[in-house]
Design a protein. Sequence first.
Length: 603
Amino acid sequence: MSYGDDDSKRKRRLAIIGVSSMLLVAMVVAVTVGVGLNNSGDDKLNDSSHKSTSQHSRLQRSKLTRLPRNQSFLEELSKDPRTRGALQSCKELMNMSVGELKQSLDKVTDFDLSEIETMVADVKTWLSASITYQETCLDGFENTTTDAGKKMKKGMKLAMELSANLLDIVSGLSSAIPSLESFTHRRLLQDDLPVLGHGEQFPEWTDIGTRRLLAAPVSKIKADIVVAKDGSGDFTTITAALAHVPIKRKKAFVLHIKEGVYQEYLEIRMDNLVVIGDGREKTRITGNKNFVDGINTFRTSTVAVLGDNFVAKNIGFENNAGAIKHQAVALRVSADYAVFYNCSMDGHQDTLYTHAKRQFYRDCSISGTIDFVFGDASVVFQNCKFLVRKPLENQQCIVTAQGRKMRRQPSAIVIQNSTFTAHPDLFPERKAFKSYLGRPWKEYSRTIIMESFIDDLIQPDGWLPWLGTFGLKTCWYTEFNNYGPGSSKKLRVKWNGIKTINRQHAMDFTPARFLKGDSWIKATGIPYTPFLPRHLLCPAIPPLLPFATVAVAAIAGTEKLSRNAAVNTITHRPQILTLPAIYSSSRMRGVAVLYSFLRYIAV
């Protein structure tokens, strides 16, 4: 049989798989719409479903006759404030879930066979997001006083099962495409040095002017809208400015927020929005919504980003409710292709909610106490700082709580070339409170930490159980080539879910592979390292300890560095930085100079 015949049969098989997937997507959409509407008691979809089509509307109308008999049930449930809030969140989340399923349907029914790898990656991401939204809906019923959560879970059972089955089919499609594996390995041949936004192919929403803008100093910015509290811009509040941003725009829309503290709550639903501040210490958006005051976690965010292709630079996001108020989100991100550069996210419990889809954080600072980076996005943090703050008495601190519910979901928290250390408010007492790298929030929680500096506040066992043995066999946690006084793996927990990987496997979690970042991160113009550094002798020097500073300190025998001595400061607040233990003993000072020099020339 000729090659042409084999290729023709292969294409026909792929087409059959694609059509089967399409039909199942349609079925899931119908079921999920029914569940969402039947449990919302509303006669129209939330604004979050702005991507809906006429087909979507027809599905909606087919369920409207069922609404009246659900109304009394909803009124009864709404007597409990937390239940009422959970129902409101579920309505929005179900509509978001429908939007992802509809987008998947559109992608499957209209794709070029030569771009099947991209199609599969997109559909897996969107289906995973749909599952995450359904799970977030159920999470909202925790600590409610009614049985609404049980009834909602029962009502959503079929939709969840169908969504999971569809994800299995699409994941199986990946292994059926021979070109996928070779495509992945071909990426190794590309240069792994930092990319500064130059390249040949870029998403439609970017242009040369936008990429130059992101790389330019603030003084050179030419924005579409300027926000300034002193009245020198187009608007004095961010809320007013967002009202004038187009929901749909093919090119980037640039919003410049000048220096100031903006006490506002924002939901950013616009696609292709670029937000630039005057610096993460200077331009800050703050709020104080929290769980203790009766708001479910999903609704506590100071800023929520839902619009795709969102970029933020030089902005501070904060929830200042305090540790005593428990869950209090500073930033929630449910956007696809979201990028944050030189931003800060400050809070205590649940600071940064990386909710869903694909996200990239570069040179950012995240502070908090408990689960302060959590969610189910496919997210990479590169050159970031994780600052553990002082918790309440008898509390433990946990940096990550990844929320992958199903094994086939592509999501994970990946932390590369970053720093884990104590915030100034914890540093003097860092040994009095136990701190951990993460814990499994959901059954298939997945977190990868590689080539990062781990300070001495992290406990030797490294990871903390969520509750009993939940997730300990099914989670997927690994540490690769980390360093620092808290990085030793000798006393780490011995769960089945703790994995050991080599350099080749670690490459799969770099942004170029894990996020296919060359196709969208590079286009933003921000600094971006696609793969692992080429060096083999030394792990990465901490971002806060550049070569010259470390070498001088080692030779002089100095164990303390001033804030201004470091090129990249660890936080925006004044402090004293302590030299890592590997440099502090006199025996190691000479080694430190050689170590630093080797690292300097390696990268």
